[in-house]
Ligand binder design. Structure first.
Ligand code: AMP
Length: 384
């Protein structure tokens, strides 16, 4: 893939997708004087709200895509469910980063895990499943239990089922309504971590401090960095895996590698996000250059910023389920907490499980930051 060429302030950046990741990218880029055009979501989407212009059309509206390509100098994305053919079409007209090969792999769990295997990067054991019989024998091979996942369009635990060989497998397979799925061995993990990293036109790779992630109902709840539980050796291993992935996929931009740490302390890659990640939001306040600033710097062919941490930090997600009693008085109390930063994404409708915003807290340790952030969320949205 061609390297990004240097684009200075005043240039227009194109964003595929209008969610909160595009919004935070746009806010970082606008601070430095770049313009932003969003494609694929309505004007009042989180990213549309802060864009100079938007194309609400679908990802297969070729006329609109052609017009979008002429309106921007470079294109990137904020979510991975963009059709590869859309990216290929745009690439004939305007540079698109971080990497179409990475997009293809991250859209398909089997391709992704097979690529990791080829690169010598450990993952959970997995099998391709195309029938109930294969599901049955796969579960037996994994000791009687496993997690069945759709190969495409799964995120935040959607399109997944934890199964045992005694379950009604025919019924489960019918509900999945797919011709192909992946069965994974259940990893008895000690904890989950992720590492956000970036690669630039000069080939240099840059790594944020890995964060420790706690999920509730398969959705990220809290991230901490740096985290006491992550050893220096594990952090170094995570960086080496991330570097291998960045170089293999010839990435110019940002990606996130999500990992399990098993009971023996070994790292296994679970998933790659070809973009900034929820677990990297704390870099906005905690680092000299955030994951979003790294993204626009990389795709605009600039140099890297300083990704080291200026303070320990924690990020607490605010989901639709949390938003209830958040009165203005309670918000006011939370805004008054020293070291706490409020981010809301401008979404009008609060649904269960929907990411509405987050809090980042800087403190003397990330564990202390998490305590302050969780207490603030409880104050905002708890009863009483
Ligand atoms: P995913 O959609 O693959 O990112 O999975 C969402 C969450 O489900 C992960 O962050 C884990 O908490 C859990 N999970 C997914 N795959 C496995 C696995 N093979 N073993 C244990 N837990 C898993």
């Amino acid at each position: 893939m061609d390297k990004p060429r240097a684009l200075g302030p005043g240039t227009t950046l194109g964003m595929l997708g209008g969610g909160q990741l595009g919004r935070m990218f746009g806010l970082a880029a606008r601070r430095c004087g770049y313009r932003l055009v969003t494609y694929g979501d309505p004007a009042d989407s989180p990213c549309g709200q802060i864009s100079d212009a938007g194309f609400p059309q679908s990802f297969t509206d070729w006329d609109a895509l052609r017009e979008f390509a002429t309106a921007v100098s470079v294109v990137t994305w904020e979510q991975e469910n963009i059709p590869v053919e859309t990216v290929e079409f745009l690439r004939e007209r305007v540079p698109v980063y971080p990497s179409v090969q990475l997009l293809r792999a991250s859209q398909h769990r089997l391709l992704e895990k097979t690529a990791m295997r080829t690169l010598g990067i450990p993952t959970a054991d997995f099998l391709r499943i195309t029938s109930v019989a294969e599901l049955q024998s796969g579960l037996v091979a994994f000791g009687g239990a496993g997690i069945l996942k759709t190969v495409t369009l799964g995120y935040d635990g959607k399109g997944q089922a934890k199964l045992s060989a005694h379950d009604d497998l025919a019924g489960v397979w019918q509900r999945f309504r797919v011709s192909e799925a992946i069965l994974e061995r259940i990893v008895d993990f000690d904890f989950e971590l992720s590492i956000v990293c970036s690669r630039f036109a000069d080939g240099s790779c840059h790594f944020f401090e890995p964060s420790l992630n706690e999920h509730v109902n398969h959705i990220l709840d809290v991230s901490l960095a740096p985290a006491l539980r992550i050893s220096a050796q594990q952090a170094a291993e995570a960086r080496e895996m991330a570097r291998t992935i960045l170089e293999h996929f010839d990435v110019y931009g940002v990606l996130c590698v999500e990992l399990f740490v098993d009971r023996a302390g070994r790292l296994l890659v679970n998933e790659i996000a070809p973009r900034p990640h929820n677990s990297g939001h704390l870099t906005i306040e905690a680092c000299g250059s955030s994951q979003f600033e790294q993204q626009f710097r990389a795709v605009a062919g600039l140099s890297s910023g300083d990704v080291s941490m200026r303070s320990p930090a924690a990020m607490i997600n605010l989901l639709g389920d949390h938003l209830g009693g958040g009165t203005a008085e309670r918000w006011s109390e939370v805004f008054a907490i020293p070291g706490l930063f409020v981010h809301m994404y401008g979404k009008r409708e609060a649904r269960v499980g929907r990411k509405m915003g987050h809090l980042t807290v800087l403190a003397d340790s990330s564990e202390e930051a998490a305590r302050i952030g969780l207490a603030a969320r409880a104050r905002l949205f708890g009863a009483g």
